[in-house]
Design a protein around this ligand. Structure first.
Ligand code: HAM
Length: 420
């Protein structure tokens, strides 16, 4: 046995799996970049109080899971358990909210929670996240959700669903809180649970004990208490998702593990992952910025669990030959084709696709092998016949299906072929 081992419950990526890890991040990042989000790179540790205030004192994350330590100057620091509080701290500190709104940011990196390790649950895990700050618009909520969905689809994932709910505004929540507390007062709860309920009554929905869950079946649901404004926003979000052809389910019992959520909340759940099935989640946070000393601006974002996305890709058999890395691979045969191949590929790249071509005078067989190795989703073979007729066949590599297209409509054909 080797003398040193990695600490318990950390996730690590060694070759060849590290390529998949990189590919997942790369794809998610490209989707965020295409919607105007910009990278923000932040420290791994922050003042402990940023999280106790931002994430919420009654949450499991703050009460049980933080890696907190004192530095040599006696300051209390904590390894970041999530990304939103740090992003807000940086936005306020550097005045990013004084320019054009919304401020659109993305981040990726390790996060730390001292949880009981199991498959899909680690003490050091990786997230890719985005935040759009400063505009309260349900269409922006739908954009944030659409970015996660497009990211998952780009990676080839299919076996997942989107759950949404609304936690309403403060008016909705205070009306619900009264009825919910009076419902809870009739239950036989232990002292510790009662104390938690006082801080944030909704936390009890997160309680894993079966008896508690049973006793909550008839509890008043927040979704039934939404103010007119909150209900209308929730309806606009649903219409927007329908127009984007993103299927969703409404889950009125969804509990997010962090206290800052208001209004829209959502989770992506993968059906092949067992207990740790949430591959990403997020929502709107109205009061967070003000709580942390900034202006009163709303924001919305998500965090996607990279480790769980990789498990999901493995579950769907997509880990080996992960489609999506290269959308189109062009194989030019002959001089005429070689002459027009790069301008053609550049046009496809310009439309947002990842595209490459077989350089050098390769045989068709060698080029097809390369396409396979690169995990290209589509291949186009371009020879003299295709140039003369102006039409060609676009081959889908996953099942060999061929689509007849005109060379002029290559970009549109790819757009249609890669849509849901
Ligand atoms: P969260 O739901 O706590 O949200 O985490 C987001 C995702 O990170 C989860 O859906 C899961 O995939 C992954 N994750 C969380 N904990 C672990 C763990 N111990 N091991 C492996 N994966 C894990 C947030 O963190 C919010 N900051 C998201 C957000 C951004 N909301 C608004 N903006």
């Amino acid at each position: 046995m080797t003398r040193f081992q990695a600490p318990k419950g950390v996730s690590e990526y060694l070759p060849p799996n590290s390529a998949l890890f990189d590919r997942v991040l790369w794809n998610l990042q490209n989707v965020a970049l295409s919607a105007g989000y910009q990278l923000i790179e932040l420290p791994i540790f922050e003042d402990t109080e940023l999280f106790t205030r931002g994430v919420g004192e009654s949450t499991d994350v703050v009460t049980k899971e933080m890696y907190t330590f004192e530095d040599r100057g006696g300051r209390s620091l904590t390894l970041r358990p999530e990304g939103t509080a740090g992003v807000m701290r940086a936005v306020i500190e550097h005045g990013l909210d004084r320019g054009q709104l919304p401020v659109k940011l993305f981040y990726r990196g390790p996060f730390f929670r001292a949880e009981r390790p199991q498959a899909g649950r680690y003490r050091q895990f990786y997230q890719f996240g985005i935040e759009a700050i400063g505009v309260d618009d349900p269409i922006l909520d739908s954009e944030v959700i659409a970015i996660a969905d497009r990211g998952f689809r780009r990676l080839g994932l299919k076996n997942y669903s989107l759950q949404i709910t609304s936690l309403g505004d403060s008016e909705s929540r205070s009306k619900h809180r009264q009825d919910f507390l009076s419902f809870l007062s009739k239950l036989n709860l232990d002292d510790e649970t009662r104390a938690r309920v006082q801080k944030n009554p909704l936390r009890i929905l997160d309680d894993k004990r079966e008896a508690i869950q049973k006793s909550l079946i008839d509890a008043p649901r927040l979704l039934d208490y939404l103010s007119d404004e909150s209900r209308q926003k929730f309806e606009v979000l649903q219409q927007a998702l329908t127009r984007l052809e993103i299927p969703f389910e409404i889950n009125p019992r969804m509990v997010r593990g962090l206290d800052y959520y208001t209004g829209t909340a959502f989770e992506f759940v993968h059906r092949g992952l067992g207990a740790q099935s949430s591959i990403g989640g997020g929502g709107r946070y109205d009061g967070l910025m003000e709580t942390l000393g900034g202006q009163s601006l709303s924001g919305i974002g998500f965090g996607l669990g990279i480790d769980r996305i990789i498990l999901a890709l493995q579950d769907e058999g997509l880990a080996e030959n992960n489609p999506g890395y290269i959308d189109l691979y062009l194989v030019p045969i002959g001089e005429a084709a070689r002459g027009i191949s790069l301008p053609m590929i550049e046009k496809v790249r310009g439309a947002g696709f990842v595209a490459d071509l077989a350089f050098g005078e390769r045989s068709l067989k060698g080029a097809m092998k390369a396409a396979d190795k690169l995990a290209a989703r589509y291949v186009l073979v371009l020879g003299d016949d295709e140039i003369t007729s102006g039409s060609a066949r676009l081959k889908r590599m996953s099942d060999g299906t061929e689509l007849s297209i005109t060379l002029d409509s290559l970009v549109q054909a790819l757009e249609q072929a890669t849509a849901r």
